[in-house]
Design a protein around this ligand. Structure first.
Ligand SMILES: Cc1ncc(COP(=O)(O)O)c(C=O)c1O
Length: 465
């Protein structure tokens, strides 16, 4: 009998070689690795990560895609996962498990007005579930008959699967993957810096919000079931709507019986200084989807939370309530994994017990203040964001708002990395406008770490422009 290998052991050269030979990396053209190594990340502690060559970096991206909320190296999460795996690693979500019940209850407590939680394992899937619920309701409820269409915002993103891509407002992400699913329609984005109506807030009458009504009328109000929206657009360039935006949109949606699906995949779990991104706005979502920060990405998990009335609608045929012929004919195999739920319970406990939402708010103000000190640089077009979710739009010509070129952005990113700091950027999403830098550190970030992040960016900008 062979002994169990230590899966943490590795040989550096072999890993570097096999990375090149075997891995198909996400989001990257592999031509750039022909002559150089891709970074291989091996350890993390707090906000610091170490690569396979021993270099350390301060990670201002919470794991690249804004999801490691509580920082790296949390032994208590590993312990919670280990203990759960020993007793009951898995059973399909058709049955209850202890962590699924506890976590659903916790999420309902955190989401007043919402009552039922459906687990799956990625943000895309959580949104797909919401779309399927809208479609199911449009089949079996008299009152919602035919209301199957979903609206989404220009520049928003809701996932990588084909239906989620059909609700994607980022042209470059979808251009090679059509045809898409019928029944999706786009509303304008709400980025003031590049206002789609060429107006200036507050003298603009919030046309971007009012336009939602026109889209509903154009599509036919009897056919529109929901609007799927990010509270603050993430991958589309960090776009916090002005405070009037959501109340206007909410009223329009209520008027036409359009449910609001709030995509909290990025903004939830304290990212923006409140527990949910939509807590910043006067809006009352009918469904909330979440993933990334739910288990701090120590494990893969997502959820779709809905109001009781939606659950009641899709569970039973309202015209025939005695017959339980209708139910949500859906499953997510890995939505039954218990380890991610144990990780989520512990991650959420850490967020609450260590007051990380408050730290996000406090440190977010520091981050925005420091970034605003860069405003006078000619290459800084716009600085925007809410707490630990900030962006800086880089321009070549400030007056004309001419975006920086791809070559300039690539140079800038490598100059920043040379300072030992990793920041994010819009990436192959918005034609000609992939020019927003992202600052999205773990919620545990300190003032000193923010200083290091902003100093690296300042150096990078000065070396590039
Ligand atoms: C707002 C938003 N929704 C949904 C998703 C999709 O999540 P996942 O990659 O887990 O499928 C993402 C991913 O970045 C996202 O930013």
């Amino acid at each position: 009998m062979t002994s169990q290998p230590n899966w943490l052991d590795y040989d550096v050269d072999q890993m570097v070689h096999q990375d090149k030979e075997r891995l198909w990396h996400h989001l990257k053209s592999h031509t750039c690795f022909k002559d150089r190594e891709q970074m291989i990340v091996v350890e993390g502690d707090g906000l610091t990560i170490k690569d396979i060559r021993g270099n350390r970096y301060l990670d201002a991206t919470s794991g690249g895609v804004w999801s490691v909320m509580v920082g790296y190296g949390r032994e208590s999460i590993a312990q919670a996962v280990y203990e759960q795996l020993k007793v009951m690693p898995y059973f399909a979500g058709a049955f209850g498990t202890i962590p699924s019940i506890k976590l659903a209850d916790k999420l309902v407590q955190l989401l007043p007005g919402l009552d039922k939680v459906y687990f799956s394992n990625s943000g895309s899937e959580a949104n797909e579930k919401a779309f399927k619920m809208v479609r199911l309701a449009s089949r079996i409820s008299q009152e919602r008959k035919g209301k199957y269409k979903i609206l989404y915002g220009d520049r928003d993103y809701h996932g990588t699967t084909v239906a989620a891509m059909s609700a994607c407002g980022q042209f470059e992400r979808k251009k090679d993957f059509g045809p898409f699913v019928d029944g999706f329609a786009e509303t304008p984005h709400c980025l003031c810096y590049r206002c789609p109506y060429d107006k200036t807030y507050p003298g603009c009458d919030i046309d971007c919000a009012r336009a939602v009504e026109q889209v509903i009328l154009d599509e036919g109000p009897d056919t529109v079931g929901a609007l799927c929206v990010e509270p603050i657009t993430a991958g589309g360039g960090i776009i916090p709507p002005v405070k009037e935006y959501f109340p206007i949109v909410r009223n329009i949606c209520r008027q036409y019986g359009v449910w609001i699906i709030m995509d909290e995949v990025v903004c939830g779990f304290g990212r923006t200084g409140k527990f949910w991104g939509h807590d910043h706005y006067d809006v009352d979502p009918d469904m909330v989807t979440m993933a990334k920060g739910l288990a701090s990405s120590y494990e893969a998990l997502s959820a779709t939370a809905v109001k009781q009335e939606i659950y009641d609608l899709v569970l039973n045929d309202p015209d025939n309530p005695e017959e339980r012929t209708h139910y949500f004919r859906d499953i997510s195999t890995y939505g039954g994994c218990t380890a991610p739920m144990a990780a989520a319970l512990e991650s959420t406990r850490i967020i609450e017990d260590e007051n990380l939402v408050e730290n996000s708010r406090k440190m977010g103000k520091v981050l925005l203040d420091r970034l605003n000190e860069l405003e006078s640089l000619d290459c800084v077009g716009d600085i925007r964001g809410v707490d630990l979710f900030c962006g800086l739009e880089v321009v070549e010509d400030k007056k004309e708002k001419l975006p920086a070129s791809e070559a300039q952005m690539a140079r800038l990113m490598s100059h920043i990395m040379a300072e030992g700091v990793i920041v994010g950027r819009t990436n192959a999403s918005l034609p000609g406008l992939n020019t927003t830098l992202y600052f999205v550190p773990c919620l545990t970030v300190s003032e000193q770490e923010i200083d290091r992040i902003v100093a690296a960016v300042q150096t990078g900008l000065k070396k590039t422009f």
